[in-house]
Design a protein around this ligand. Structure first.
Ligand SMILES: [Ca+2]
Length: 483
C-alpha cells in the first residue's frame, strides 16, 4: 500500500462515518483489519506540548517514572519511540515544528526564536487550521513568544501570578528569586496541584473543552505545560512518589571517549540557578536531588494532563478528537557530565511523541525514525486538508495505520553549527563552518553503544561509513540550509 492509498483509505474511513451517521461509530477496512472509527470529517485536535520532557515515561519502557495518565493516552495512540526534535532548544524547536520547516544555518537557532521572523513565508500550523475553519486556542507556552504567529489563534492565553516566570510559591524561594534574581533550581511545596502556572493552564483547558461541547465548529486546542522545565517546582506529593535511592545518578557521567570539544557544553542554563556551582561537576547528592525534582515535575505534569484528558472523555468530545502529545526536545540528567539540552547527543534529540486517532490507534509502538517537522503534514492528512507547499516533513499517517519500520527513514537535527543525521542505528554529527567545511565530527553506533560513550568517527574501520553519512547529511538537511 503506497502513501496515497493509505491516505485514501483513511479518508474513506472518515467519509463512511458521514453517511447519515454523524458521530456514530462505523467500520472500515484498512490493512490492519476492521477498524472502528468515530471521527467526523473535521475532527478536533488537542495538541499537548510539554516543555523539556524526555521520553522517559512508563509507556516508553521506563520503570522509575510514574506517568499513568500519559500511559493511558499512549494505550490509545501510536507511540513514536524514535521521534527526534529538529532543534534541541525550546523556541527554535517549536518554530520548526509549528512551521513544518527545517532549521538552517541562519534560522531556528535559539531558545527565543520567533517563527514569524525566522520563516515569515511559512503559514504556521495553527494559522493554517484557523484559515480552514478551526477555532484555534493557545494556552500557556506553545510558541516561545506569546505574540508569535498572532494570526494563528482565536484565543491566546498565558498563566500569571506573583513573582517571576520561575513561579515559586514558598516565601523563602520567592525571597531568593527577588533578591538575587537567581532562583533555586527546584521547589518542593505542600500546595494544591492548581497552585502553579501549569495547574491554571489545566483548569483553563477544561473550561475551553466545556465550551467546545456546545459548538459546531471544530477546535484546535493547544495546551502547553511548562514543567519539567527548570526550576523543578512541583507539589510535595509528587516528590513523595519517588525514592531517591532508586533514582540514583547517571550511569555515564563522563564525556564520551574521543568526543570533540564541540560536543560538550557547560550547562549554563542550570548554572544560572542559586546553589549550583559556577564551574565543575555537581556532587552526586546534588545530581540525585535534581533528578528527583525532574521526575516529580514529570509526574505532576502527568496528573494535570490526566485532568484535561478526563474532561475530554467526560465531555463526549474524545471520540471525535485527535490528540497529539509532544515534548519539545530531550534533556540531559547528568549523562556525559551534562545537564539541560543544547547538544547533539541522543539525550537531547530523542523526544516523546504520540498521536491518538480514535478508533485507529491502539497503543502500538512505531520505531521508524520520525522528525518533528512530520507532525504538521500528519495533522493536515488526518483532517483532509491539502499539504501547504512549504512543508518539508512527511506525513506519518501511513505509520499510524501500519506502525513499523521503513527503510527510507532518517532524521536531521541541528544545534548551533552541529548537524546530526540519524540513520538506522547510526548517529553522526558534523560541526560546520560557513563554507560547509567540517570542523569536527562524531559517530555513535546505537547497536553496540546506545548511550553514546565511544566516538567512532576517527577510526579507520569507520571511514567509509563517515564518508557516506557526511554525504547523506548534506543531501537530507534541506535545500535552504545555506542562503
Ligand atoms: Ca523546552
Amino acid at each position: 500500500m503506497n502513501h496515497n492509498e493509505v491516505i485514501n483509505t483513511y479518508h474513506q474511513l472518515q467519509k463512511g462515518l458521514l453517511m447519515g451517521m454523524g458521530l456514530i461509530a462505523a467500520t472500515a477496512c484498512t490493512n490492519k483489519g476492521n477498524v472502528k472509527s468515530t471521527l467526523s470529517e473535521k475532527p478536533n485536535i488537542l495538541f499537548i506540548a510539554v516543555d523539556d520532557l524526555r521520553p522517559e515515561l512508563g509507556c516508553f519502557g521506563n520503570n522509575i517514572v510514574k506517568s499513568p495518565n500519559i500511559d493511558r493516552l499512549a494505550s490509545q495512540s501510536v507511540i513514536f519511540s524514535r521521534a527526534y526534535c529538529n532543534v534541541p532548544v525550546s523556541g527554535a524547536s517549536r518554530a520548526s515544528l509549528l512551521t513544518g520547516t527545517r532549521p538552517t544555518s541562519y534560522r531556528f537557532i535559539s531558545f527565543d526564536t520567533w517563527a514569524d521572523k525566522d520563516n515569515p513565508e511559512a503559514v504556521t500550523l495553527p494559522e493554517y487550521f484557523r484559515r480552514n475553519g478551526y477555532h484555534t486556542v493557545s494556552l500557556s507556552k506553545v510558541f516561545h513568544h506569546q505574540y508569535d504567529s498572532r494570526n494563528g489563534w482565536d484565543v491566546e492565553w498565558r498563566p500569571s501570578g506573583k513573582g517571576s516566570w520561575r513561579n515559586y510559591l514558598t516565601e523563602e524561594n520567592l525571597k531568593i528569586d527577588t533578591l538575587i534574581k537567581r532562583g533555586m533550581p527546584f521547589e518542593c511545596a505542600d500546595v494544591p496541584d492548581t497552585s502553579y502556572f501549569d495547574g491554571q493552564t489545566a483548569l483553563k483547558a477544561i473550561k475551553h473543552l466545556r465550551e467546545f461541547r456546545d459548538s459546531d465548529k471544530p477546535f484546535f486546542l493547544a495546551v502547553g505545560f511548562l514543567k519539567p522545565h527548570l526550576p523543578f517546582n512541583a507539589p510535595k506529593k509528587y516528590w513523595d512518589m519517588y525514592d531517591p535511592a532508586v533514582i540514583g545518578v547517571a550511569d555515564n557521567p563522563s564525556p564520551p571517549q574521543d568526543a570533540p570539544r564541540q560536543a560538550i557544553h557547560q550547562w549554563g542554563e542550570l548554572r544560572n540557578y542559586f546553589s549550583i556551582p559556577e564551574k565543575g561537576p555537581l556532587t552526586d547528592s546534588a545530581a540525585n536531588r535534581l533528578r528527583h525534582g525532574y521526575y516529580a515535575c514529570v509526574s505532576y505534569t502527568d496528573a494535570l494532563i490526566g485532568m484535561v484528558l478526563d474532561e475530554l472523555r467526560n465531555s463526549g468530545l474524545e471520540e471525535n478528537t485527535i490528540v497529539v502529545l509532544w515534548g519539545d526536545h530531550g534533556w540531559n540528567l547528568g549523562e556525559h557530565g551534562m545537564w539541560c539540552k543544547h547538544c547533539n547527543f541522543n539525550t537531547s534529540l530523542n523526544a516523546p511523541l504520540m498521536i491518538s486517532v480514535p478508533g485507529l490507534t491502539k497503543g502500538d509502538e512505531c520505531n521508524s525514525i520520525t522528525e518533528y517537522i512530520d507532525i504538521y503534514p500528519t495533522l493536515c492528512d488526518l483532517t483532509g486538508l491539502p499539504l501547504p507547499s512549504h512543508l518539508e516533513g512527511e506525513s506519518l499517517t501511513k505509520r499510524l495505520i501500519k506502525p513499523g519500520r521503513t527503510e527510507d527513514d532518517f532524521a536531521v537535527c541541528k544545534f548551533n553549527t552541529g548537524v546530526t543525521i540519524i540513520k538506522k542505528d547510526l548517529f553522526y554529527t558534523e560541526w560546520l563552518n560557513k563554507k560547509d567545511s567540517t570542523l569536527a565530527r562524531m559517530l555513535y553506533d546505537h547497536a553496540s553503544d546506545p548511550d553514546e560513550n565511544i566516538n567512532l568517527s576517527e577510526t579507520a574501520v569507520h571511514s567509509t561509513t563517515v564518508e557516506n553519512l557526511s554525504s547523506l547529511l548534506r543531501e537530507k538537511r534541506g535545500q535552504a540550509f545555506y542562503k
